[in-house]
Write a protein that binds this ligand. Structure first.
Ligand SMILES: Cc1ncc(COP(=O)(O)O)c(C=O)c1O
Length: 385
């Protein structure tokens, strides 16, 4: 591990008031490290929401365990706690509490069920950096939490992942795994990632995002850029170089952005409130969550609409940045659901949300003008669902 990585990990752990943090090449690698350190293996089950990214399911499958999906509740898109008990069995080894879009899960309910059954909770904070539940920051409830710093996450180092835990035994096991099994990114990967970060800083603005994403997906398929998900990752089979650490480029970028994270959080909160205001003015409903228990820091602003596909296509033509995750219960749409033990009908609310939800941008380059244009587009193009 380079000095830059150590410095970044220490700063990250400190920000959460934790003893240690462990950095990885991607968020999914961070989850893999946690699950492996928890000795999850063949015959075990891991419970998670059926409204997620398939890359989050891969680590479970790589270890030979079975994902068990819980449907979501329709306002916050998070695991419906009322359905959780019914998914726990003697084989359950972990519960993944994914804080979706920035909304925190109903942590009291989840922790109660987990504690009653002696099952560890892993928090997926990839979409919720700084969100709070009853005054406590997401990431501080479970046995471990993990984060992602991929392109469209709360802050980006191009790619990147981090684990935090205060459990000394688990931390020791992750440390041993890193020492024995982790590989380093190649020189080529590091150079490509540094170049991509530069392109991101220079060229990605709300009006160019759709175009650049299309180019980027094409180049990823051709292996010409370090994409977040290569073709081989749509199969539940681990590649030899999956378990990888971060490069100095990512660590330096992460350290710099961590220092600015309070500004990032404040900006996201302010702009999400501005979207609430703009949508309400148009007669659309704003976010629905209990503000007396939750302080969300949104990574994107979800809205349910009619004619999702058409709206996405027209938005791209008009230079309006609209996001489409999650496109199906195990995003993206190309995922072979059966290979991931998902049967259509398992999570009806998640399937409905996948057909209706688009998300509005909230990254640091979104200002009031962009928000106004985006809301004007979406409200005049279609209807709320
Ligand atoms: C909710 C969630 N968790 C985890 C991940 C995996 O993160 P990464 O792309 O850094 O592996 C993703 C994917 O983007 C995600 O959306």
């Amino acid at each position: 591990m380079s000095g830059n990585c150590n410095k970044y990990e220490s700063a990250f752990a400190k920000q959460f008031g934790f003893d240690c943090a462990f950095s990885f090449w991607k968020g999914r690698v961070a989850l893999y490290a946690i699950l492996k350190a928890m000795c999850v293996g063949p015959g075990d089950e891991v419970v998670l929401p059926g409204y997620t990214c398939v890359m989050d399911v891969n680590p479970i499958k790589y270890l030979g365990a079975r994902p068990v999906y819980v449907d979501i509740e329709p306002d916050t898109f998070n695991m419906n706690v009322e359905l959780l008990s019914g998914k726990i069995s003697s084989k359950t080894k972990a519960i993944i509490a994914q804080h979706t879009y920035g909304y925190t899960c109903e942590m009291d309910g989840i922790m109660k069920i987990a504690d009653q059954n002696g099952i560890p909770v892993i928090e997926d904070c990839c979409l919720a950096f700084g969100s709070k539940y009853k005054g406590k920051t997401a990431g501080k409830f479970g046995k471990a939490a993990y984060f992602s710093f991929q392109w469209n996450k709360p802050y980006t180092t191009g790619l990147g992942g981090m684990v935090i835990t205060n459990d000394a035994e688990l931390a020791g096991k992750i440390e041993t795994l890193r020492a024995n099994e982790m590989c380093a990114p190649s020189g080529k990967e590091t150079i490509m990632l540094a170049a991509q970060l530069a392109v991101y800083r220079l060229f990605i603005y709300p009006r160019t995002t759709a175009f650049i994403q299309t180019v980027f997906r094409y180049l990823t398929k051709k292996g010409l850029v370090v994409g977040s998900s290569g073709v081989s990752e749509f199969k539940p089979v681990k590649s030899d170089d999956f378990f990888k650490g971060i490069s100095s480029v990512q660590a330096r970028s992460g350290f710099r952005q961590l220092k600015k994270s309070q500004q990032n959080i404040a900006q996201r909160r302010k702009m999400a409130e501005f979207y609430d205001h703009l949508l309400e003015k148009k007669g659309w409903s704003a976010r629905r969550y209990d503000a007396s228990i939750m302080e969300p820091v949104m990574v994107r602003y979800p809205v349910r609409i009619a004619e999702k596909d058409k709206a996405l296509a027209e938005a791209a033509k008009a230079g309006i940045e609209l996001g489409s995750w999650f496109e199906c219960p195990l995003h993206p749409i190309e995922t072979p659901l059966a290979a991931y033990d998902y049967e259509v009908g398992m999570c009806p609310e998640a399937e409905k949300a996948s057909m209706e939800v688009v998300n509005l941008p909230l990254h640091p380059r979104v200002n009031e003008k962009v928000a106004e244009k985006t809301v004007e587009f979406i409200t005049s193009f279609t209807e709320i669902k």
